[in-house]
Design a protein around this ligand. Sequence first.
Ligand SMILES: Cc1cc2nc3c(=O)[nH]c(=O)nc-3n(C[C@H](O)[C@H](O)[C@H](O)COP(=O)(O)O)c2cc1C
Length: 183
Amino acid sequence: MATNPKKIGIILGSVREGRAGEQIASWVLQRAEARGTHDYQLLDLAEFDVPHLVAVTPPGAAQKQYADEAVTRWSQAVDACDGFIFVTPEYNHSVPGTMKNAFDSLGPEWMRKPVAFVGYGFDSAIRAVEHWRVIVANFSMFDVRNQVALSLVDDLEDNAFNPREQKSKDLDRVLGDLEGELA
Ligand SMILES: Cc1cc2nc3c(=O)[nH]c(=O)nc-3n(C[C@H](O)[C@H](O)[C@H](O)COP(=O)(O)O)c2cc1C
C-alpha cells in the first residue's frame, strides 16, 4: 500500500440487464487491486438506483443534503472517494443517460477530484469519453489524458471479455496516471 492510501471509486455506469460493463469493471478492479497501492472500490450504479433528478434545489447548491435516500447513499459513496475511474459505454455517440443523471444528481462530492476513463463500445467509446471530459470540467475535475478504449469487436468474443494485451498495458498506464494525481 502507498504510505497515504486513497480511496478510488470505479464507477460502473451501465445499469442494463446483461451489460458488458460488468465484466469490464471487474477487470479494472482486479488489475487495480493487484497494484497493492490504493483502496479501489466498485461503485455499481445498478445497486445505487439513483432516481431521475427532480429535486427543486440544484445539487450544486444542496450542500450534500438530499431528500431522497438513494441519492443520499450515492452522495456518501462518492464523497468518500478521492478519485474515480468511470467505466463508460457509448450510447448514441455520447454518455449513457442513467450515468449522466447519477453525475448530475450530485455537486460538491465531485469537486476537484481526478477522474480517469475506461470506455467501451463498437467504436471504443471515444466520443463518449470526449463528452465526459467536457462534463466533468464543470466540477473542475482533473481528467487523466490517457484512456482505455475497448472495442466490443476486438476485446469481446461471444460476449466474453477478453482484452487485447495492449489494453491491459493501457489500463496500467491510466491507473498510474490517476494515482500520480493523488500523490
Ligand atoms: C441505447 C444504446 C445506444 C448505443 N449507441 C452506441 C454508439 O453510439 N456507439 C457505439 O459504439 N455503440 C453503441 N451502442 C452499443 C453499446 O456500446 C453496447 O451495447 C455496449 O455493450 C453497451 O454497454 P453495456 O452492455 O455495458 O450497457 C449502443 C447501445 C445502446 C443500448
